[in-house]
Write a protein that binds this ligand. Structure first.
Ligand SMILES: Cc1ncc(COP(=O)(O)O)c(C=O)c1O
Length: 466
């Protein structure tokens, strides 16, 4: 599928459907009406195939960060795992607590726990399930949860099923805001203040839609200072750090050497590790509590051998150091991008006019660690113009809009992978700059009579063709 076809499919997906179904079954009409609300904002999720998958565009969007999938490295490691265990079963045979347990999964969990310097590891089907399990099972009645306002939807869903007495967000990555919330929870909850109940702090080491890193040490210091009874615990979701950041990709917690200060860590396997599943790290008590109280673990079949073998294959690759070069490449390419875009001739004008904004570009050279996630902002009403522009210039990057981010905060998320090249980054920068120049000219009315950029005109023409 080429970039134009992807756009056509997406455009078709945004056409309102319910009005044509007046005489159709009410059940289906109501469903289409619900989706029409999203279509009206061009926000219906569609299943179009990314153009990079057919080699007709560049991948700046997938989660195959270390390119273990596209290079075939994970397949080779997985096949090796199968060869080493030729009598493997495709089934687990039951839930983990009822006949679904087996030696291999126990061994792999212990290996992963050792790699991460944790007492135990619990493998589950996905990061979504893991957060659901953690946040529904761990908070005991009377405990409070304090969470960064940008935590993932799975954490929100887990919290919604929790017994916590109080769930309060704090402003994103803001240690002072965290302090205020912590103080107010201590003031209002006597059992927590007296040290009879706990405060659970939920953060992500790297934020999925903003690409920034949690100021974990600062937050830990605040908690230690404000909580005299030390009855706080941190839960860190490392989904976007797994495999790419920290020693051999072990994550930010290990990079900072604060494993002992963090009660629970979550590592997901569907991103850099190029398979599926997730690992919950913690003490044996945490693991047993989750296994006993998390409905998503109790009432489902245990991960089967192929899932666990793929997870082990991914971990073997990062543990061996085979992915070190790929990790460094991501850092180099991200740096290269920041350098190139900020040195471009249009940058100052575009940013001062608000036509282009890349918050992570502001102090990139002062940050020790860069992440592979770089959101690019333009004026909200130009967001889909920019998506179309990038798409038509052969660059696959996804628009991120409500409900994934709050209303009015739509942006385009660029993701760098180890298989990207400097030439591809040049192409990305050139495309962004061309768009910025075109929009500057439109706003200033210089040499351009129409108000809509070329890419959007092309899209409108495609829409008109049906
Ligand atoms: C921060 C975070 N946690 C958890 C998840 C869920 O992981 P999974 O895709 O394995 O369900 C995601 C997925 O995007 C995520 O970004």
């Amino acid at each position: 599928m080429d970039p134009e076809e992807v756009l056509v499919q997406w455009i078709q997906g945004q056409r309102l459907k319910a009005p044509q179904m007046k005489d159709g079954p009410v059940f289906l009409r109501n469903l289409e009406e619900a989706m029409d609300v999203r279509r009206a904002d061009h926000g219906l999720f569609t299943r179009s195939m990314s153009a990079w998958k057919s080699g007709k565009a560049i991948d700046f969007c997938s989660n195959d960060l270390l390119s273990l999938g596209s290079s075939g490295a994970i397949r080779t490691a997985f096949l090796h795992e199968l060869e080493t265990h030729p009598k493997f079963n495709l089934y687990a045979g039951g839930s983990r607590l009822m006949d679904g347990n087996y030696q291999y999964i126990e061994e792999v969990e212990q290996e992963i726990a050792n790699f991460h310097g944790a007492e135990s590891a619990l493998l589950v089907g996905s990061g979504y399930e893991a957060n659901g399990a953690i946040f529904s099972a761990i908070p005991r009645p009377g405990d409070a949860i304090i969470y960064d306002e940008l935590v993932h939807a799975s954490t929100h869903d887990g919290m919604a099923n929790s017994l916590a007495i109080n769930k309060t967000p704090f402003r994103h990555n803001d240690a002072e805001a965290f302090r205020e919330v912590l103080v107010s929870v201590l003031d209002s909850q006597s059992m927590i203040r007296n040290g009879q109940r706990s405060i659970l702090v939920a953060v992500e080491s790297v934020y999925s839609m903003d690409g920034d890193v949690c100021p974990l040490l600062e937050l830990l210091d605040v908690a230690k200072e404000v909580c005299p009874k030390s009855n706080f615990v941190f839960i860190v979701d490392e989904a976007h750090a797994t495999g790419v950041l920290g020693p051999n990709g072990a994550g930010i917690v290990q990079q900072l050497g604060v494993e002992k200060d963090i009660a629970i860590r979550l590592h997901t396997c569907g991103k850099a590790l190029a398979s599926t599943g997730a690992v919950i790290l913690g003490s044996n008590t945490v693991r047993n509590t989750i296994m006993n109280f998390a409905r998503s673990v109790i009432y489902t079949t245990a991960p089967s051998f192929p899932t666990v073998a793929a997870v082990r294959a991914g971990y073997n690759l990062i543990k061996s150091g085979a992915t070190k070069k790929a990790q460094d490449t991501i850092q180099r390419l991200t740096r290269y991008f920041f350098q190139a875009i900020s040195a471009s001739s249009v940058w100052e004008e575009a940013t001062s006019m608000g036509i282009l904004s890349i918050p992570l570009c502001d102090d990139w050279d002062e940050r020790e660690v860069l992440t592979h996630i770089v959101p690019v902002w333009t004026r909200q009403r130009y967001n889909y113009f920019l998506v179309c522009h990038l798409q038509l210039s052969g660059i696959c990057a996804f628009p991120i809009d409500y409900p994934t981010v709050p209303k009015g905060q739509a942006r385009i998320r660029i993701i760098f992978h180890s298989c990207n090249t400097e030439a591809e980054v040049d192409q990305l920068v050139a495309s962004l700059c061309k768009f910025a120049r075109e929009m500057i000219n439109i706003e200033k009315g210089e040499g351009i009579t129409q108000k809509v950029p070329q890419a959007a005109q092309k899209v409108y023409a495609l829409m008109a063709q049906g």
